[in-house]
Design a protein around this ligand. Structure first.
Ligand SMILES: Cc1cc2nc3c(=O)[nH]c(=O)nc-3n(C[C@H](O)[C@H](O)[C@H](O)COP(=O)(O)OP(=O)(O)OC[C@H]3O[C@@H](n4cnc5c(N)ncnc54)[C@H](O)[C@@H]3O)c2cc1C
Length: 390
């Protein structure tokens, strides 16, 4: 791992300053308040404003609707978006699918849909999980049956986050009932705005909006099939790899920009909040940080943050999530009962940040594959341990 500071050229610095000025303008208090209220993970006007500047598929060449950003500039962009709490869940799912679509999509999908994705007009959500298959994704039961030049998709998907904003869901469907479970699957871009699709809201512990999506014979033209028939496991694994940041070979020594799978950044924000609380004087003029026990906890959290930050790959995804869960609980304990008062209620500490962090942290062990599943990946892929006997 390279611990050297990342050098910024004059051009990079200029890009960063312009980006910050742009985001100062776009990320208004109204945008942030709407996200706090709805937990929807998306703001369409902001997304389109980024699209107009090529900043949705930001590393793609300008000729394809991107901004041709270098890896370093992409990193600065993603970091700024996170730093400002810009709702980017749907942007991230769209980006992951765009990469897969570019590799496996039909000419129609690449020629017609991707330019609209780049412009911010089309968004795509992930339709993998079902009520009976989450970690065991390949056990999907949602089925697609060939009907002339199209397919009819029937089934139910769980936790399709962002479906309420998206034009398409990237759906994992069973196309061969007889084949072994990993071999009978195919990926489709299923249009969501049809009467055969129903989107129902689901709320999570941390206030995020997700969805159950019901497909009742939704018609999908074959041009929206992604990858070969019955090779869906290979196709979807490309998108999952993008989500986990493992296709990223970081040629300039820059950390992966897909932060979806790791939470060291959130850990730092939590630590910042704890420092903010600890350095403010209370009504009696005393500051919590003057207490050695508080200083000890903050120092330990800083060490754990540095460790999480320096831990790469699958290990980093597990350790950053576990540290976030641990420290969100420790800091609630440190702040005391007032830390549990939620945002907007009288007496809430830092406007309820600690209470929210504690709820948010729990979900980080689940999104994009649970930490248990990542432990198995570490055992098998990183340590080369054998698979357990069936
Ligand atoms: C807020 C939120 C947003 C989400 N967004 C999306 C989305 O946009 N699209 C989408 O498709 N999915 C989404 N998901 C689904 C998420 O990917 C799944 O919840 C996750 O993969 C776990 O699946 P499950 O909930 O079915 O739990 P299960 O797979 O039933 O797991 C239950 C428990 O058993 C453990 N477990 C299961 N199998 C094993 C094993 N082999 N070894 C060890 N432990 C195991 C798990 O770690 C977990 O603790 C989202 C989930 C949440 C909470």
């Amino acid at each position: 791992m390279n611990f050297d500071p990342i050098p910024l050229s004059d051009g990079d610095m200029e890009f960063w300053l312009e980006l910050r000025a742009l985001l100062d303008e776009l990320v208004t208090e109204e945008v942030l308040e709407q996200e706090r209220r709805t937990g929807s993970g998306h703001c369409q006007p902001l997304h389109e404003a980024l699209g107009r500047r090529g900043l949705v598929l930001s590393t793609w060449p300008r000729s394809r609707g991107g901004a041709g950003l270098t890896r370093l500039r992409e990193y600065l962009l993603e970091r700024e978006l996170l730093e400002r709490d810009v709702p980017t869940v749907t942007r991230t799912t769209t980006l992951n699918v765009a990469l897969t679509l570019d590799k496996w999509g039909s000419e129609h999908a690449r020629g017609e849909i991707l330019p609209r994705v780049a412009a911010g007009h089309v968004c795509i959500c992930l339709g993998y999980t079902e009520p009976e298959s989450g970690s065991d994704m390949a056990a999907a039961r949602c089925r697609a049956v060939r009907d002339g030049d199209s397919w009819l998709v029937t089934g139910q998907k769980m936790f399709t986050t962002g479906a309420q904003h998206c034009q398409y869901s990237f759906v994992l469907a069973r196309t061969d009932q007889q084949a072994p479970k990993h071999r009978g699957l195919t990926m489709f871009l299923v249009p969501l705005q049809t009467p055969q699709v129903e989107v129902q809201a689901v709320r999570t512990l941390s206030g995020e909006r997700s969805n159950i999506v019901f497909y009742d014979g939704a018609r999908v033209p074959d041009t929206l099939r992604v990858g070969p028939v019955n090779a869906g496991w290979t196709t979807v694994n490309d998108a999952v790899a993008a989500e986990h940041g493992i296709i990223d070979d970081s040629p300039e020594g820059i950390p992966p920009t897909d932060f979806g799978g790791r939470y060291d950044f959130e850990l730092r924000r939590l630590l910042d909040d704890a420092l903010r609380w600890a350095t403010e004087a209370g009504p009696d003029g005393r500051r919590p940080i003057d207490d050695p026990a508080v200083r000890r906890r903050l120092a330990q959290a800083s060490v754990d943050y540095e460790l999480a930050l320096s831990t790469p790959g699958h290990l980093g995804r597990v350790s950053s999530s576990l540290q976030l869960i641990h420290w969100s609980s420790e800091f609630l304990d440190m702040v005391g009962p007032a830390g549990c008062i939620p945002r907007g209620r009288p007496g809430a500490v830092l406007d309820g940040r600690f209470e929210w962090w504690h709820r948010f942290a729990q979900g980080t062990a689940i999104y994009g594959g649970t930490t248990d599943i990542f432990r198995t990946m570490i055992a098998q892929r990183d340590l080369g341990l054998p698979r357990p006997p069936r």
